[in-house]
Ligand binder design. Structure first.
Ligand SMILES: [Mn+2]
Length: 507
């Protein structure tokens, strides 16, 4: 079930060739059954849940561009095999200008021969229009109650559809997200972490990442849906009329990238909700993007992000623009249609989202005593956050000062936390237990350490060395900055105290 395939010696060079070309092992895909079974990856409790027979039906929209045929068809088979037939209204495949010959007439014929008549609609775009436009072409012909957007390289799991539809039937203003599993691109092994659920977040540098759920977001049962601040691009369900009411996608965005964050903000700000549904699981082949982005990947995502930022973020764009100054002056075209949605739906200001939906994302200059860099003046070294966004704690380092707050920005909050975007600076015992290490750790894991600031530094007294540490921390011997021995010695031998020094405020 969902097992991977490992090639023999003689096949290796051929495999390397296709991996280079497609970033996915098409040879392996071709020998695995199109209708293979995958392991039930759901968390405990899901298998015991029952679902009402009467739920809204769905139109599944699946754009593809030069997807390898067996991968595309396995995605379709998994949906047909593991969705209750009465809920599956239609599957709309949108060929976004593919050039692979096997995706043309042979695909038409295959679908005609192997799937129930009328279930699958195959639209062909005459030239490549990008994911967002391709999805909107699919939406235009969809007639189901609910839309579900798919990538063309996925495999759904047991009872994936009903929990999404149930969540939408409770409140039509809902985006219901499946939980993604991971299909290895080289072996097609179906992977998942037992009883693990992930949520998504984003940071001021516009990096999207995985994080864990806050305790207060977990419902009475582990299987209960949980709110999330951000969505991935695929594997979500939304009521079709609600999707239109919300303004669909911004069709001036190109290819893909950024549309998922824009939609997350819009849903929350305009009265909807974005829910992670633990019992709906879908496997996804996470591969390196094999296709070109006309004009370059970063240019396209920056363009898309900037359109979203100008419409929704207001003055908070100062943080993004301080990190990515080029975005501020981009010509992103006409935004009037998107602005009109905001006023028509009487959407909230961005601060509402930051304070209510994603309060973990720190606002550097709000409710803070000081913000800037933690700098040792004498040697021009600054406390560095390593651009660290993830959940496991990591040692904090001192590095040469860079004067940029995405890597070296910290705030001393009014409640005494010394923090960066998501992490708080917290001393923790080292592995041998003999030392304290200064670590960066998610602020909401446990109550973080508190710090004070003093301008009276540089005195000769031993106590003054770490004047900004609070009493409890002052007594910890030899706080070590990172694992680098040279660095540790340097900091131990230093007589200058650590101070928080203000830097230029981002404007
Ligand atoms: Mn994908």
């Amino acid at each position: 079930m969902g097992r991977g395939v490992v090639p023999g010696q003689t096949e290796r060079s051929k495999v390397e060739e296709v991996m280079e070309m497609f970033k996915v092992n098409t040879l392996v895909s071709d020998v695995i059954a199109l209708n293979r079974v995958v392991p039930d990856s759901r968390i405990h409790g899901c298998a015991d849940l029952g679902y009402p027979a009467a739920l809204p039906n769905v139109s599944i929209i699946m754009p593809f561009y030069n997807e390898w045929p067996s991968i595309l068809l396995r995605t379709v088979y998994s949906i047909v095999n593991r969705s209750p037939r009465h809920l599956l209204h239609q599957i709309i495949l949108v060929d976004d200008g593919s050039s692979l010959e096997s995706l043309r007439q042979p695909l038409d014929e295959y679908i005609d021969r192997n799937f129930p008549k009328g279930l699958i609609t195959l639209l062909r775009l005459s030239q490549r229009r990008g994911l967002i436009a391709a999805r909107m072409h699919g939406v235009a012909v969809a007639t189901g109650d609910v839309l579900v957007f798919f990538d063309s390289h996925m495999e759904v799991n047991v009872d994936w559809l009903q929990p999404l539809l149930l969540e939408i039937s409770k409140d039509r203003n809902t985006v219901a997200m499946a939980t993604l599993d991971y299909i290895e691109p080289d072996s097609f092994l179906y992977q998942f972490n037992d009883n693990y659920l992930t949520r998504y977040g984003w940071s001021w540098n516009m990096i999207f990442f995985e994080t864990f759920f806050r305790a207060d977001h977990i419902g009475q049962k582990l299987t209960d849906p949980r709110p999330g601040p951000a969505m991935v691009g695929a594997a979500f369900a939304i009521d079709r009329l609600y999707f239109h009411h919300l303004g669909g996608y911004d069709q001036s965005m190109t290819v893909w990238g950024g549309e998922n964050l824009e939609m997350s903000w819009r849903v929350w700000l305009c009265g909807g909700r974005l829910m992670h549904v633990p019992c709906s699981r879908i496997g996804h082949i996470a591969r390196v993007q094999p296709y070109s982005f006309p004009g370059g990947r970063e240019a396209i995502t920056n363009f898309n992000y900037e359109r979203a930022i100008r419409v929704w973020m207001g003055n908070y764009s100062r943080f993004v623009h301080s990190i990515k100054p080029d975005m501020k002056t981009l010509d992103v075209g006409d935004l009037s249609e998107r602005e009109a949605i905001k006023s028509k739906l009487k959407c909230n200001e961005f601060s509402w989202y930051l304070h209510n939906v994603w309060p973990e994302l720190h606002i550097y200059d709000e409710n803070v005593h000081l913000w800037g860099m933690v700098k040792n003046k004498e040697v021009e070294f600054c406390l560095d956050n390593d651009n660290y966004l993830f959940q496991k704690e990591t040692p904090a380092h001192m590095k040469r000062c860079e004067n940029r707050f995405d890597t070296q920005g910290f705030s001393l909050t009014r409640s005494g936390e010394l923090r960066t975007t998501l992490q708080c600076v917290t001393p923790m015992p080292s592995e041998d237990g003999e030392d304290m290490m200064v670590m960066l750790r998610d602020c909401f894991v446990e109550k973080p350490a508190t710090w004070t600031y003093s301008q009276e530094t540089g005195k000769d007294h031993e106590e003054d060395k770490r004047k900004m540490w609070r009493d409890d921390i002052l007594q910890m011997k030899g706080i070590t900055w990172g694992r680098d021995v040279r660095q540790r010695d340097r900091w131990r031998g230093d007589t200058e105290g650590y101070i928080l020094q203000g830097v230029d405020r981002a404007s």
